[in-house]
Design a protein. Structure first.
Length: 306
């Protein structure tokens, strides 16, 4: 019998409880109502084999273009049977169908089976720490990282083991460098190891490909976007990806920069009465707004609820 991956319904509650108890997780009946109330922003998926719940995962899609994969559980009797693969595949399919093409999750250094699973889906380590936890990111269909790697399939990957300075900001860095040319892409993340603190997000980009060379940085005190152009003249269009219930302000949406010209753009956002994102039940109490640059690059700002 094939494994089915389905969205959680109340009729599966008993099976999910058995899965939690067998796997050493704490289950509360209150979870059922919470999951039902979150359906606009969070999907709870279960894996069914021979009418038995053998796996579960949660997919949070509150802030485009990000999707967080949370609490992946596989029944101990069904390890190494492709259950985790099916659940991750479904998470990616759902998130990308909604325009959330950057998936991320937290795992641990010593969880080799999990790391091998995520490696199959091209997740890259992004935020490391001396302790066990790390954040890994996947750059999916249409993402600027995927586009760069398609154009430069022979590349070297590096990740910083601590925060580094990038135009005055302390951020985590990953880099992809073409081993046959000078092309390279560096992506900078704001965040911290673990699920306490601010939601991890892209806060900077450094791009070099041929005559195009520029850096993008998102500052948060105050909110502004800075562009540092080191190559040939470039035109940039800034498009906000506005979650429901947020009004986003961009000082200038069209920019033209000559070589060695820098530019500052004021950006901000505020909640409207339509804002109903359930921050209390997501991994982070962070409101995140992202901006697409030239329909390609993505950079984000965020504000943590006090």
């Amino acid at each position: 019998m094939k494994v089915q991956v389905l969205e959680f319904e109340e009729k599966f509650a008993e099976g999910v409880e058995e899965l939690y108890n067998t796997s050493g997780w704490k289950f509360s009946p209150k979870l059922i109502n919470i999951w039902k109330s979150l359906r606009n922003y969070s999907k709870v998926l279960i894996a069914l084999f021979d009418d038995r719940v053998v796996g579960k995962v949660t997919l949070d899609v509150a802030f485009p273009p990000y999707a967080e994969i949370v609490n992946l559980i596989v029944h101990p009797e069904y390890h190494r049977k492709g259950i985790g693969t099916k659940l991750i595949e479904k998470c990616i399919k759902i998130s990308e169908s909604k325009g959330h093409n950057i998936q991320f999750l937290m795992t641990e250094y010593d969880n080799i089976p999990a790391l091998n699973l995520y490696k199959k889906f091209n997740f890259y380590p992004a935020i490391l720490f001396k302790k066990k936890q790390l954040w890994i990111f996947r750059f999916g269909k249409g993402c600027f990282v995927e586009n760069f790697l398609k154009a430069h399939p022979l590349f070297e990957f590096k990740v910083s083991r601590k925060k580094i300075s990038f135009h005055g900001e302390k951020l985590y860095e990953i880099s992809f460098a073409d081993i046959m040319s000078n092309a390279r892409l560096k992506v900078y993340f704001r965040g911290q190891p673990g699920q306490e603190g601010t939601m991890p997000r892209i806060a900077g980009i450094s791009f070099m490909d041929g005559k195009k060379v520029f850096d993008l940085v998102a500052y948060e005190n105050p909110f502004e976007l800075r562009i540092f152009n080191y190559g040939e003249g470039v035109s940039l269009k800034i498009e906000p990806l506005s979650p429901k219930g947020l009004e986003v302000f961009v000082e200038k949406q069209i920019l033209k920069l000559s070589r060695n010209q820098n530019e500052r753009v004021k950006i901000n956002f505020k909640k409207t009465r339509d804002f109903d994102t359930p921050l209390d039940y997501l991994s982070f109490k962070t409101v995140v707004v992202s901006f697409r640059i030239n329909e390609n690059f993505v950079i984000s700002i965020g504000k943590d609820r006090e």
